[in-house]
Design a protein around this ligand. Structure first.
Ligand code: G6P
Length: 245
């Protein structure tokens, strides 16, 4: 069921996940009451731009795009509910959203495609399955996908990111020049905006809400975007709200 644009997966025990059909954006993930995601209070939910925060769906292009909006169109348009929410025997709850090519997407990117996005809420984790169907007969297309995730943390300076050691990275939006990450543990102490390539399957972030560690496990994706605009730049992003040091 969709109520006020939201699809809610409720696992009981105050564990839930909300997905806004606008961009199939995951706007809330609560584990036993505790919110794990950051969504700006200044965010627009009316469709005039993408939702600022949560987990947004970047497709078919990451970054500035001369064919359409930055980070693609998928985060800016309404998706459909394809299936669910449905409870599985083990108590997990899932829903599948879909986005089909239409006149608008064709005006920017002239391919027939269908995206299926299955989100499963488990006791302590979220599982995402993404399917991209190519409806163009004998005609391949290239695309980029990113789940742009903004996490809520008590103090970002205390978070330790593990898993990027020895990966090469480039600065987002800058030249293709790459550098080697020589730190086993990355701490954020200022602005950072990087794309790490060929990242191992698992990256962890410690000192999340309640002091827990978040494990991000990926399959068939190779790059990781690490972004924190820090105070000055954050204050220039109008829908992010005021940030103090
Ligand atoms: O403001 P947006 O279009 O949502 O982009 C937010 C951020 O997305 C990614 O993390 C990019 O690497 C950043 O350069 C960008 O600032």
């Amino acid at each position: 069921m969709i109520y006020e644009n939201q699809i809610v997966l409720n696992r009981g025990d105050y564990t839930s996940c909300s997905i806004n059909v606008l961009g199939a954006t995951v706007t809330s993930w609560r584990i036993h009451h505790q919110e794990q995601l950051f969504v700006s209070r200044e965010s627009h939910f009316s469709g005039i731009s993408h939702i600022r925060g949560g987990i947004s769906f970047v497709f078919p292009h990451f970054g500035e795009w001369n064919m359409g909006p930055r980070h693609g169109f998928a985060r800016e348009i309404a998706w459909s509910l394809d299936k669910g929410p449905e409870k599985l025997e083990n108590g997990d709850v899932f829903a599948t959203l879909s986005l089909d090519h239409n006149d608008y997407t064709h005006s920017l990117w002239n391919y027939k495609f269908k995206l299926l996005y299955k989100i499963t809420l488990c006791e302590q984790k979220l599982i995402f399955n993404i399917f991209v169907e190519n409806g163009c007969e004998n005609f391949p297309f290239e695309f980029e996908i990113l789940q742009h995730s903004l996490f809520k943390v008590p103090d970002v300076r205390k978070c330790e990111i593990i898993g990027l050691h020895k990966c090469r990275f480039r600065k987002a939006g800058k030249s293709d020049e790459t550098q080697l990450e020589d730190r086993q543990i990355i701490k954020i102490a200022g602005k950072i905006d990087r794309i790490y390539a060929k990242v191992p399957r698992e990256v962890t972030v410690s000192n999340m809400m309640n002091g827990g560690t978040l494990k991000i496990v990926r399959k068939n994706t190779y790059d990781v975007n690490l972004w924190n605009p820090w105070v000055h730049e954050a204050n220039e992003i109008r829908d992010l709200g005021t940030v103090s040091g």
